[in-house]
Ligand binder design. Structure first.
Ligand SMILES: *Cc1c(COP(=O)(O)O)cnc(C)c1O
Length: 355
């Protein structure tokens, strides 16, 4: 049975990436490979509307490695982070802080709930040096108001560190306009590549901060990565194959344009949500990202049973939830090489589910 992934990563890949994945890898300590890396760097910064003096690093690790790199290189012993914790990815930021001995406080939200306007504005920020947020909390489908959060961070003079791994090019991410100081990305979500390559984009304030922090890490030292990135290299063997696939994807994404990528994902999401209206499934988050639709079965069937039935009977792989939401919520991804016709097949299958 042919399967179609409506997952959040890996997702359905594009033919160009698949073709490149079958080729012999080159040796990478060469001028030629450096120029590939520098092209990716410039392209990522353009797509993220990063400020002029910004830089990027390519890390060979899953997205969590890039979250950890950002946290430990941007927060030192005297710093304290404020974390927005609206689901398992917000919780991951908390765990990264606590495992690394970095002081933090968390703003806890009910799963799927938006941050009420004014809740942060009323707080005393004098103890904090950075706000950590997942632009799109992938576990619930909730998208935060990045523009508002960025403005708040600017007015209080703290760093705005954003994990946009599942939001980039699905929802608008504009580092300059939103005042984002560090942006975290990863290969297996919106880039529709294999897992293993992650990126951190650093604006001028974050670059200045990195200089003054001495993290207890060798592999994830951003100073070390930035140094080698000057000449388009990485301190250690990078995910050579994924970088070559990224170069090809980025050329295509730049040809389309960031705004059009967001518009495309938004229109897929709207198409699916319109088709689902009236079926016995509720929409879960208050303020949904375009990247996925999180659904809650309203009848007797559990969310996990819906996932199993779609996968086993139809080869349609939606994303189950874990933990406390396992029986309540499943997610339908709109990232990667998907068209309206794929979502239509999913809707047809969902209509057959005995809820
Ligand atoms: C997928 C994802 C990550 C990274 O998870 P890995 O499994 O480490 O790649 C981090 N943050 C968000 C919001 C994600 O969706």
């Amino acid at each position: 049975m042919k399967t179609t992934l409506f997952t959040v990563g890996p997702v359905e890949m594009f033919p160009g990436s698949l073709e490149l994945g079958g080729r012999q890898l080159p040796y990478f300590r060469t001028e030629e490979f450096s120029s590939v890396v520098l092209e990716c760097d410039a392209s990522l910064r353009r797509l993220a509307a990063a400020p002029e003096a910004s830089r990027s690093v390519l890390l060979t690790c899953s997205g969590t490695g890039a979250m950890e790199a950002a946290v430990i290189n941007l927060l030192g012993p005297g710093d304290r982070a404020l974390v927005i914790k609206g689901g398992s990815f917000g919780e991951r930021f908390c765990e990264i802080c606590s495992d690394n001995g970095i002081a933090f406080d968390a703003i806890e939200l009910e799963p799927g709930r938006d941050l009420a306007p004014g809740r942060l504005e009323a707080m005393d920020f004098s103890a904090y040096s950075a706000l950590l947020v997942n632009a799109h909390e992938t576990s619930t489908g909730a998208l935060y108001d990045l523009e508002g959060l960025g403005a708040l961070c600017r007015s209080r003079g703290i760093l705005f560190i954003v994990d946009a791994i599942s939001a980039f090019l699905c929802d608008t991410i504009d580092m300059g306009r939103m005042g984002i100081d560090a942006l975290i990305l990863s290969s297996q979500k919106v880039f529709a590549l294999g897992p293993g390559l992650s990126m951190v984009l650093l604006g001028p304030r974050a670059l200045a901060k990195v200089e003054g922090v001495s993290p207890r890490t060798h592999y994830l030292s951003l100073k070390r990565h930035l140094h080698d990135m000057d000449r388009g290299q990485t301190p250690f063997t990078p995910a050579v194959g994924i970088i070559l696939q990224l170069q090809e994807r980025l050329r295509e994404l730049e040809r389309i344009g960031a705004a059009e990528c967001v518009r495309h994902t938004a229109s897929l999401a709207a198409h699916f949500r319109n088709a689902m209206a009236g079926l016995p499934f509720g929409f879960f988050p208050e303020r949904p990202s375009n990247a996925l639709t999180a659904l809650q079965p309203l009848g007797k069937i559990s969310a996990y049973a819906v996932y199993l039935e779609l996968k086993n009977k139809h080869g349609l792989v939606v994303t189950p939830n874990g933990g406390a939401l396992k029986d309540r919520v499943f997610r339908v991804g709109h990232m990667g090489n998907l068209a309206e016709a794929d979502l239509d097949r999913l809707v047809t299958a969902l209509k057959e589910v005995q809820t």
